[in-house]
Write a protein that binds this ligand. Structure first.
Ligand code: ATP
Length: 441
């Protein structure tokens, strides 16, 4: 874990937020490689949801909503609250289910009786900071989807069953943010809400669970590091009729990365009740004839971008004692290989002149870099020995290293080194874009 955190900072994936002021509330910023990786994860999820399904459409709803949404959803009631105990002497707060005795884990002082602590982040809309102006930063993105259920249904002429997918920020005033980016207060969720007939909810639950597990496997997560956990009734979220967590084996143990929930008709029926707007679906041609009017049941798949990114990083991280290339001088060193899937890896290609003290090689390598840059996320690197540069690229998961050598000047070609096999092939520069596109598909 320490090594992954250190790599993430050293190589520009993840930085502590507001670091020069000592950080802020366990927040994190995503650096140049982190943002590429995040975008790749979001794109892979979006492609999976939108391109691979005929009846899933996208949405991007506002973060700030009418506070009545949160009353109806149950988030302002006790349902979305953690039990919190405060130390009477050092005033630190702890989640009640994380402390075993009534003593403060930090200073040994006495803890108060646990109190409910709502996780919603409050803010004010407009120039006056009074009760009428209070609203909340959304704690889950899905409420924006329920708010637009009818808009999507009508504007897109959808028929049950159908899904709405959304990626966006969510905020929770977590009492104990911890484990690097595992539990943070500001994060992004990728959520899909599947609206279906109540009698089909069980079938679709199994179907989406399966699809979601396969998504991780397709993107290279090792099977032995994934498992599912059926959540018993007393632990379930207030809206869930059934809940299965997809868990990943993090360095600090098995923990949830994604939740698959059967939310029943909780959301649409509650929003109907509170808003006075009938959100029932009307089926004009049910098998039994006539018209059928009902609240669709909702199957939800919900995953945090940062949590899944963390799982991808952990799964890809490898240390190779003695080095990968046994013949070079550097064999004594431990080499790091970040074996991210080609879809997730932040940098696809590095362009390297064999040596940097030969201007003709540097010139040609820079030309190749300029040629590829509009098409792929690339890096140009000329510092240090070629072996060291390969290792630097392996550490950040770069899929291919392209080396321009003396032969390149005569043949107008270069070598492509594959990150995983370390094999090199010579290819003509004129065929490069097409070839790399094919390889990275
Ligand atoms: P936890 O039990 O870990 O607090 P949860 O069961 O409250 O999570 P959900 O409400 O089901 O989580 O949220 C769905 C997903 O959103 C989670 O699986 C996780 O990937 C992500 N998520 C939730 N809270 C956080 C957080 N504080 N930081 C990062 N990701 C989060």
């Amino acid at each position: 874990m320490v090594k992954i955190i250190s790599l993430a900072k050293r190589r520009g994936f993840i930085f502590p937020s507001s670091e020069i002021y000592g950080g802020f509330g366990s927040g994190y910023d995503f650096g140049p490689l982190g943002v590429e990786m995040k975008n790749n994860i979001k794109q892979a999820w979006w492609d999976e949801m939108i391109k691979n399904h005929e009846n899933v459409v996208g949405l991007d709803a506002a973060i700030l909503m009418n506070p009545k949404v949160w009353e109806a959803s149950g988030h302002l009631a006790a349902g979305f609250a953690d039990e919190l105990a405060e130390c009477k002497s050092c005033h630190k707060r702890f989640k009640a289910d994380e402390v075993e005795t009534r003593k403060c884990p930090d200073c040994g002082g006495e803890l108060t009786q646990p109190r409910k602590f709502n996780l919603m982040m409050k803010t004010f809309v407009g120039p006056v900071e009074d009760e009428a102006a209070v609203t909340y930063l959304r704690a889950e993105t899905c409420q924006g989807i329920y708010m637009n259920f009818e808009n999507v249904l009508n504007s897109m002429r959808m028929k049950i069953p159908f899904g709405v997918a959304q990626i966006g920020k969510a905020f929770r005033n977590e009492i104990t943010p911890k484990d690097f980016i595992y539990r943070i207060r500001e994060f992004e969720q990728m959520e899909m809400q599947w609206f279906c007939h109540p009698k089909d909810a069980g079938k679709y639950f199994d179907c989406w669970l399966n699809e979601r597990i396969n998504w991780y496997l397709k993107l290279g997560i090792k099977k032995e590091n994934l498992r599912i956990r059926e959540i018993p009734e007393k632990e379930r979220a207030h809206y869930a009729k059934r809940q299965i967590d997809i868990e990943y084996k993090f360095p600090f143990g098995w923990h949830e990365i994604e939740g698959v929930h059967n939310r029943g008709d909780w959301d649409l029926s509650n929003h109907s009740k509170h808003s006075g707007k009938d959100l029932r679906y009307v089926d004009e041609n049910p098998p039994a004839g006539g018209k059928e009017r009902y609240f669709p049941h909702i199957i939800e798949t919900s995953v945090g971008v940062e949590r899944s990114l963390f799982a991808f990083l952990c799964d890809a991280y490898q240390e190779i004692a003695g080095g990968r290339t046994k013949t070079t001088k550097a064999t004594k060193e431990v080499e790091i290989l970040l074996k991210l899937d080609k879809k997730i890896a932040p940098i696809k290609i590095a362009v390297l002149p064999l040596v940097r003290n030969k201007p003709e090689l540097v010139k040609k390598a820079k030309e190749v870099y300029q040629l590829l840059k509009p098409h792929f996320v690339c890096q140009y690197d000329e510092l240090g020995s070629i072996g060291r540069r390969y290792r630097r690229q392996d550490e950040i998961a770069t899929i291919f290293c392209l080396t321009v050598d003396f032969e390149s000047l005569k043949q107008d070609d270069l070598t492509i080194r594959d990150r995983d096999t370390m094999e090199q092939e010579r290819v003509k520069i004129k065929n490069l874009i097409e070839l790399l596109r094919e390889k990275l598909r």
